[in-house]
Design a binder for this molecule. Structure first.
Ligand code: DAH
Length: 339
């Protein structure tokens, strides 16, 4: 037996319900926190067993002529809810995107913390290359102070006061007998004072002269000093060592020795290398003067040796085809980055 439930409904009640439903839908959709919550709301409101279906089900109990009124109202509501749902979804999406853009914000104008990796200055790498070659020939590195005394810079090197050789090496005098060394040769004296022969050392370092700056002169520049002192060393050892060094540095080029004069060597020579068709003077050298050894209390009858001094800037400029010494001190990155 079928029991019919025949509760009565009025048009007014159903339209009120639809009105309520609309207001509630608007409020809950506006408060939905994410897409999943919106989907739950959609099912609850418009789904087969949703609230709207409930109202439409009751519509069947209205008199026939009233039903279309409720049906139209329900359709309007349905469209309205669908529009609110998709607007809210869109709003949530763009809020999420805005939040993400804010969180992942890149300020392309922000002060940069990038520190470019530096590299060796060409003068420094030239010094290292020279040191490496001599290290391969059995030489150790010895160093001395840039602030020297008159004694080490001149007198002990057989350059007494009033000697004309002093004029060629005018320097900066610091008061008393202190001065900025004009060459690395004083390291010969300091090394021999502290180390009895046999010695084989090179001394790289900065030196100073009272020269005006131009394309080939700088009041500060670099030298590498070479000193070998042993029993039985003669000019052939000097020649062999210097030639070997120059050919390792420049390649297998012609090398020539020209007689010259330095107060601390006898005999003395200047050395030229044939570089791109012309002779280039690259260093001074000679056999250590017996007077220098005597000043140190070293017996020149037993010990003999040779010394040489070379200008690092010259080696660096020739090697890299640099035409102006000032570039080496300019700190101009456009220049330095090439090495
Ligand atoms: N000290 C010299 C100069 O600055 C260079 C030099 C020449 C050094 C001959 C030496 C040497 O050791 O034997 O002009």
């Amino acid at each position: 037996m079928i029991r019919t439930v025949s509760a009565t409904v009025s048009l007014q009640q159903l339209t009120d319900q639809l009105e309520c439903l609309e207001a509630e839908a608007a409020a809950t959709i506006a408060a939905a926190a994410d897409a999943a919550a919106l989907e739950d709301l959609r099912v609850g409101l418009l789904g087969k067993k949703g609230r709207l279906s409930g109202v439409l089900g009751a519509m069947g109990r209205l008199p026939g002529e009233e039903r279309p009124l409720v049906g139209q109202r329900a359709n309007v509501l349905k469209e309205q809810v669908q529009r609110l749902l998709s607007e809210r979804l869109e709003a949530l999406r763009s809020a999420a995107m805005a939040e993400r853009l804010e969180r992942e914000r890149l300020d392309v104008t922000a002060a940069c913390s990038y520190v470019p990796p530096g590299h060796r200055h060409p003068l420094q790498s030239t010094i290292e290359e020279i040191v490496d070659i001599f290290a391969g020939l059995g030489y150790r590195v010895s160093e001395g102070p840039e602030i020297e005394t008159d004694h080490y810079n001149f007198t002990a090197l057989n350059i007494p006061e009033h000697h004309p050789a002093r004029d060629m090496q005018d320097t900066f005098y610091l008061g008393g007998d202190r001065l900025l060394r004009t060459h690395t040769s004083p390291v010969q004296i300091r090394h021999l004072e502290a180390n009895p022969p046999p010695v084989r050392v090179i001394a790289p370092g900065r030196v100073y002269r009272r020269d005006a700056v131009d394309a080939t002169h700088s009041p500060v520049f670099h030298q590498v000093e070479v000193l070998a002192l042993d029993e039985g060393l003669d000019f052939s050892h000097l020649r062999g060592t210097v030639t070997t060094f120059l050919q390792r540095f420049f390649g297998d080029l012609p090398v020539r020795f020209r007689a010259s004069y330095f107060p601390f060597t006898e005999p003395s020579a200047e050395v030229d290398v044939q570089w791109r068709g012309r002779w280039l003077e690259v260093m001074g050298c000679g056999m250590v003067d017996p007077a220098v050894l005597e000043g140190l209390g070293i017996d020149p009858e037993r010990w003999s040796g040779f010394a040489a001094g070379l200008g690092v800037e010259r080696f660096c400029m020739v090697r890299h085809g640099i035409d102006d010494i000032r570039r080496l001190y300019s700190s101009d990155l456009r220049f330095l980055e090439q090495f």
